[in-house]
Design a protein around this ligand. Structure first.
Ligand code: BG6
Length: 469
């Protein structure tokens, strides 16, 4: 048997990923409006006064808004080739429905991207990452309202045009499938009593699909060199047994996720979803031309997050349960879990990469992966996060295997290269970074940055283009 060469491609995009609302802070500075994150310290929309009276760690984040130069210098020291962040929609359109953008917000991102480019770090930008304007929720009902397509399109065109010489990699919506699992965070949806929730969630998804396709169209018109992708939260599901019913249940659960990339990458609603809609009394209202827009403007690449895998069973009642980011399921007896109950599965990453590439034959980009853990600052000030190194090492080795399988993988951005506020639990105790931030769940701390043990480890990975793995 001849030996297979296992290497990462030249120009592989090594880096880290964040989202504006989870680290920028400065939530009411520079003309910024309130976003859904600003009023939902735990992903739930409270009455306004109650929401604002609670401690909300998103409000200050890790003060990246004021400290990004120091942070980018550290990313450069690690050798980052790219940095994924999002634009806070509310810095550009504070309420979402203005006709003219807020120049101060645009200027902030001009400066931020310039700072990255100074170190040859490629900005990778998510247009909407769990931070839609609250005004669009309160005044329009979030993404179930078709008018949102126009507001998003205006916003997307403004940023695509403004940053066309600085940004080559874009994504339209972060984890677009999350609208099914966290409808407020993903779609700004607040349900009325008796509302057909599933119908509203899929209707919201349809509006996001059309908006996303219009952003793809605009991106290609504005800069034909740029690449624009979708972004899904991958939720690989195994059957609990080899009973064909379990296998089918696993496939159906997978399709709840793949439906989103199917529409965005292939430009059509798949037959299995049309059947699901019929059998579940779901009617998607489409306008003439929608299907054509989807068909004409598929994404250039598939971005996805990968943290864990899931298990499906047709008889889950008696089985041990596992926690997950957004989807609770059956415990996999072969896997260990993180402190937050996420089932750690490096091999699953190779499977997902192969599955997505077999399905779409489009470039793939792992835009989130990482371990949320409690870090301890030792007496000498060091942070020995070997558990994080082990997690990332194991996943990157599987990514390398997938490349050897023939998968076209263009980059890897670990989640939260610097500690930031968690999306699902809104806390700071759950850390992902190579860089520690002195800030705790109660809002105490200096915001000082400290390199963890993993900092040098990742630096070596990048310097050797993955050969050190
Ligand atoms: C993804 C999100 O779901 O997972 C990020 O895109 C999020 O915004 C990340 O932070 C990790 O999840 P959490 O809940 O640990 O922050």
């Amino acid at each position: 048997m001849s030996k297979i060469e296992k290497t990462f491609p030249e120009n592989f995009l090594w880096g880290g990923a964040v989202a504006a609302n989870q680290l920028e802070g400065a939530y009411n500075v520079g003309g910024k409006g309130l976003s859904t994150a600003d009023v939902s310290p735990d992903g739930i929309l409270y009455p306004f006064d109650e929401a604002m009276s609670k401690l909300n760690l998103y409000h200050d984040g890790i003060d990246f808004y004021h400290r990004y130069k120091e942070d980018i210098a550290l990313f450069a020291e690690m050798g980052f080739k790219c940095f994924r962040t999002s634009i806070a929609w509310t810095r550009i359109f504070p309420n979402g429905d203005e006709l003219e953008p807020n120049e101060e917000g645009l200027k902030f991102y001009d400066d931020l991207f310039d700072e990255l480019l100074k170190y040859n770090i490629e900005p990778v930008v998510t247009i909407s990452h769990y931070e839609m304007p609250l005004g669009l929720v309160k005044n329009y009902g979030g993404w179930k309202n078709r008018e949102l397509i126009g507001f998003y399109e205006r916003y997307a065109k403004i940023v695509l045009e403004r940053f066309k010489d600085k940004v080559k990699y874009w994504m339209t919506f972060n984890e677009i499938n999350v609208v099914l699992h966290a409808p407020f965070t993903g779609g700004g949806l607040v349900f009325e009593e008796g509302e057909n929730k599933k119908n509203s969630m899929y209707q919201a998804a349809h509006h996001q699909f059309v908006a996303s396709a219009l952003a793809v169209k605009a991106c290609h018109e504005i800069n034909p060199e740029a690449k624009i992708g979708c972004m899904i939260a991958s939720m690989l599901t195994y059957p609990f047994t080899c009973n064909p019913d379990d296998a089918f249940a696993a496939m159906e659960q997978d399709r709840k996720t793949l439906f989103f990339s199917d529409v965005q990458a292939r430009g059509i609603y798949p037959g299995y979803m049309k059947r699901y809609f019929k059998e579940n009394d779901i009617t998607i209202v489409m306008e003439e031309g929608d299907e054509e827009i989807l068909k004409q403007h598929p994404v250039d690449y598939i971005g996805f997050s990968y943290y864990m895998s899931f298990v499906a069973s047709t008889a889950p009642e008696d089985l041990e349960k596992a926690d997950g980011n957004l989807l609770n399921g059956v415990k996999n007896p072969y896997l260990q879990s993180s402190e937050w109950g996420w089932q750690i599965d490096p091999k699953g990453l190779r499977t997902v990469l192969n599955q997505l590439y077999d399905r779409y034959q489009k470039p793939l980009f792992i835009v989130e992966n990482g371990l949320g853990a409690v870090d301890v600052v030792e007496e000498d000030g060091s942070i020995q996060d070997d558990y994080r190194i082990d997690y990332l090492h194991a996943h990157l080795k599987e990514a390398k295997e997938a490349i050897a399988d023939g998968v076209d993988l263009i980059g890897y951005t670990s989640w939260g290269p610097i500690d930031l506020v968690s999306a699902s639990t809104a806390e700071l105790k759950k850390r992902y970074g190579f860089i520690y931030v002195d800030r705790d769940n109660e809002g105490n701390g200096t915001f000082n940055r400290v390199k963890k043990k993993s900092f040098d480890w990742y630096k070596n990975v990048i310097a050797s283009n993955g050969a050190s793995l």
